[in-house]
Design a protein around this ligand. Structure first.
Ligand code: GSH
Length: 429
């Protein structure tokens, strides 16, 4: 009679039981248990496992949880011999030691790195937890210098347990296994030796990896995330110069993005009003600064925001000159305000379709839009009153974007004050 296995294939302990059963030829009746939907908290599941975790087996009324205990039980009860879980006291002691190591050290430390992000909304990977995990992986590398497999010179349940953890770790961030040649070789051996490995282990590990990477991309940590996305560690150790003005929304988009991917910036304040961007050394780096089209685009943006409509033309030589005081607008262009509301209507619509601007997690689209939206609201405090989706999205972004106050809000407020001063002059004129 097949044994019922309550499982989820993203769960590494469940996959260890599945692989063990396969090697032993034990038939399993797979009972997918959706933890996200709370199926493990239902009374009928609690009746067989009050600890409410998977894997759990029901072998004709014999209920057991704890993957290592289940694997040992399957070998003891159904194994043709003791190869997978040797009876020799010393060999078994080593197998047990590796099993406890997997449960109490390796997988536990892996959990301490990633579960806070995946399950509990943490925004940063803990550097201490990452170091502890690296040490655990080093321990396994050391074990594998002594024996071909984790505990002996043949495959045991210790390898099966460890390979389900290591495959998961690899799927989340393969750089964890860099510089561990013994682990890599052993992993390949296990992959080749365990029947139906792809189906029984790799698929679930990859599922977990995608899930974790989604959470990481969403909550974004920083240096580690930048590594996941192949930003060279050396590069990210070396700060990048950013010529910026805090009041500039596009500059703040760059500052937020850099902060969220852990790229260090060497901030170089560039005062456009004082003409810093027209200095030869700046033009050498960025000749576009003197390009009239670029300047005109900048003006257009201002115009769309409807607050400070500047008028001015490029000179014949193609250089742009700031409009003289007398050329400045004397009132707000109402048609530009209408255009701005049209654009905000679009954003409100986007946000009825997705939680964030482009999908269900924060992307650079949100970062760019947040820098504009925060500038707009800093200039006109009531402008979002009729846009509830924009308001709640902005709040979500504020809490999600790292160091939001420093990377965006103070600059947006500075712009708002600057614009407010110009607007109050209009009103008093
Ligand atoms: N040490 C246990 C760990 C089992 C475990 O943590 N299972 C998770 C899924 S990977 C679970 O069922 N969590 C739900 C819960 O504990 O309520 C084993 O090896 O079986």
């Amino acid at each position: 009679m097949p044994i019922d296995l309550y499982y989820m294939d993203v769960s590494a302990p469940c996959r260890a039981v599945m692989m063990t059963a396969k090697i032993l030829g034990v038939e399993l009746n797979m009972k997918m248990t959706n933890l996200m939907a709370g199926e493990h908290m239902k009374p009928e599941f609690l009746a067989i496992n009050p600890q409410h975790n998977v894997p759990t087996i029901d072998d004709d009324g014999f209920y057991l949880n704890e993957s290592k205990a289940i694997c040992g039980y399957l070998v003891n009860e159904y194994g043709k011999d003791d190869t997978l879980y040797p009876k020799d006291p010393k060999v078994r002691a080593l197998v047990d030691q590796r099993l406890y190591f997997d449960m109490g050290v390796l997988y536990q430390r892996f959990g301490l790195v990633y579960y806070p992000i995946i399950m509990h909304g943490a925004k940063k990977l803990s550097e201490t937890a990452l170091k502890d995990l690296a040490v655990a992986i080093d321990f396994l590398e050391t074990f594998l210098t002594k024996t071909k497999y984790a505990a002996a010179d043949h495959l045991t349940v210790a390898d099966i347990a460890l390979v389900s953890s290591i495959a998961t770790i690899e799927a989340v961030d393969k750089t964890h296994l860099d510089n561990h040649p013994k682990i890599q070789k052993w992993l390949e051996t296990c992959k080749a030796e365990i029947p139906d490995y792809q189906e029984l282990n790799q698929k679930g590990a990859d599922g977990f990896g995608q899930w974790a990477q989604g959470a990481l991309a969403n909550r974004v940590n920083l240096f580690r995330y930048s590594q996941l996305h192949s930003i060279s560690p050396n590069r990210s150790n070396m700060p990048i110069d950013l010529y910026y003005m805090e009041a500039s929304a596009p500059c703040r988009s760059v500052m937020m993005t850099a902060k969220m991917v852990g790229v260090e910036l060497n901030l170089k304040k560039t005062d456009l009003m004082a003409g810093d961007n027209m200095k030869p050394e700046y033009i050498k780096m960025n000749p576009q600064t003197q390009h009239p089209n670029y300047r005109r685009r900048w003006l257009l943006l201002e115009r769309k925001q409807g607050h400070l409509r500047l008028s001015g033309q490029p000179t014949r030589k193609g250089r742009y000159t700031l409009p003289k005081r007398s050329q400045r607008a004397t009132k707000i262009d109402e048609s530009a305000v209408t255009e701005l509301h049209g654009a905000l209507d679009f954003l409100e619509t986007f946000l009825t379709q997705n939680k964030y601007a482009a999908c269900d997690h924060l992307t650079i689209a949100d970062i760019a839009l947040v820098s504009s939206a925060s500038t707009i609201v800093a200039t006109n405090k009531t402008i979002f009153d009729k846009y509830p989706k924009i308001q709640s999205w902005l709040e979500a972004c504020k809490s999600e974007i790292t160091d939001y106050e420093e990377t965006n809000n103070s600059g947006a407020e500075a712009f708002g004050q600057w614009a407010g001063a110009a607007l109050s002059k209009l009103e008093s004129a």
